[in-house]
Design a binder for this molecule. Structure first.
Ligand code: DX5
Ligand code: ZN
Length: 230
């Protein structure tokens, strides 16, 4: 079955003084998820937002909330994000040990929320192997996590292809999301290798017309994906 490419605008690049308006704009343009970057100033150097933002956004949009946890203690905080209304919760493989990752995925799924595992650029895809059959999504970071507006790291598309291969071998089909430096030029490259979901911060909210930018990136990603699958 062919899965359409969907865009997950990252609100880290939105205007926080008008967050509701920015979210409404990308929702009307067809955003697949709203991507929320939670950073704790410890797992990554930057400090961003947390549970209260998820709770507030849940009240103002019907678009599912995709919460990317860049925090050192996901097992402690997961219940709070579940309670706040997250629809997808992503835990970094580097933040926990193998047992902790399995426990996190089970905790999320038992709550009826979609579970995902993320890997930093230097982390091999083998780190997701123990949970690939249990997760709804694998997130391949194409920049070092911590800041929006960075340049796409060359070769990240090879990691997308590796996830596709591993999933095929195991007979499972998690969604594959790519995050960092994704725009009109890089979207086709990752989609040709099998990416389903594209996180876009700067390329959407930094554009003169965010709705048009979202649709353009989606269209060129979708085209490349069809060609890649052909
Ligand atoms: C980086 C975050 C990203 C970031 C993407 O650590 O996980 O979601 O906001 O921003 P762009 O698309 O501008 O690279
Ligand atoms: Zn992110």
């Amino acid at each position: 079955m062919f899965t359409p490419v969907r865009i997950c605008p990252s609100i880290l690049s939105a205007d926080f003084a008008h967050l509701g308006d920015d979210v409404a704009t990308v929702a009307a343009a067809g955003a697949g998820y709203i991507h929320i970057d939670v950073m704790d100033g410890h797992f990554v150097p930057n400090l961003t937002m947390g549970v209260p933002v998820v709770k507030q956004l849940k009240r103002c949009t019907d678009v599912p909330l995709d919460v990317h946890l860049m925090i050192s203690n996901p097992l402690t905080q997961l219940p709070w994000f579940i309670e706040a209304g997250a629809d997808m919760l992503t835990v970094h493989a580097e933040a926990v040990d193998e047992q902790g990752l399995a426990d996190a995925v089970r905790l999320i799924r038992d709550a009826g929320v979609q579970a995902a595992v993320a890997v930093k650029p230097a982390t091999p895809i083998s780190a997701v192997a123990p949970v690939i059959e249990e997760v709804d999504m694998v997130l391949v970071m194409s920049v070092e996590p911590g800041f929006s507006g960075q340049s796409y790291l060359e070769g990240s598309e090879d990691k997308v292809a590796e996830v596709v291969r591993m999933a095929r071998e195991r007979g499972c089909a998690p969604l594959i999301q790519v995050d960092g430096g994704i725009g009109r030029e890089t979207a086709p490259r990752v989609c040709a290798c099998g990416a389903d979901l594209l996180v876009c911060g700067n390329a959407v909210f930094g554009a003169d017309d965010p709705a048009q930018a979202l649709r353009d990136i989606q269209t060129c990603g979708q085209r490349a994906r069809k060609e890649g699958a052909a």
